[in-house]
Write a protein that binds this ligand. Sequence first.
Ligand code: ADP
Ligand code: MG
Length: 260
Amino acid sequence: MARRIVIANQKGGVGKTTTAVNLAASLAVMEKNVLIVDCDPQGNASSGLGFYPGDKRENIYSVLFSPKDARKAIYDTGIPFMHILPGTQDLVGAEIELVDKFGREFYIKELLEEVDAEYDFIIIDCPPSLGLLTVNALCAATELLVPLQCEYYALEGIAQLLMTYELVRKRLNPDLDVLGVVLTMYDSRNRLSWQVKNEVRKAFPQHLFEVIIPRNVRLSEAPSFGKPVINYDVKSRGAEAYLALAQEVVRSHTAGKENK
Ligand code: ADP
Ligand code: MG
């Protein structure tokens, strides 16, 4: 069974997609078979890997209501060990179409069940909301990873995210655990980053990743080349940080789930 990690935070711009793409690519470097799933209608994870909006190929939306076809929408990324199930703006429609479907929270789960056995990790990128697509992603996953940007309102909204997590776990997906919180865009010269780190450490003593992702311009440049940072500048601090995060994920306490 794959470890299915959902990257969620209803705030935009906190580093979800950057974390999804670069964690996935770093796990692939470790020769883990990885599938990255783009559940965001903005399709940033897809374009960051060279799948552009307007691309008329099969995508997560086109197979969402026919899970047996999941494989039709899965592509090679050109990176060894890494596949993608891309998302497009058509997903905006999915959020609406799902509303009156029976079992509407489980469509992405069903889709991924078709291919689960082929991967060690499935990394799911979410839109910046707690709507039905994010709930679907939470229901499809076994572990939740929350990126938090080191800024003044970092913890704002986290209570709501955790409440959604608790509800999903209680009512819909008892297999979902918190993998951890990862601090992103950390700037060691900035006192605020340091304060946020301490505050988050107090709030999540058990769940804060040791690895902290620094603010690094290479991380923001790489998507425009359609590449994860390790395929763009392997020596950058951003690449190093995500490789270290992947190692921490692999040895994380929930690793036993791989064999569940
Ligand atoms: P989200 O998916 O949560 O909306 P993104 O991953 O798209 O957030 O990040 C928002 C913006 O910040 C993007 O332009 C991205 O390239 C940039 N970014 C993300 N993480 C970093 C980082 N560690 N250093 C520098 N820029 C970053
Ligand atoms: Mg995003």
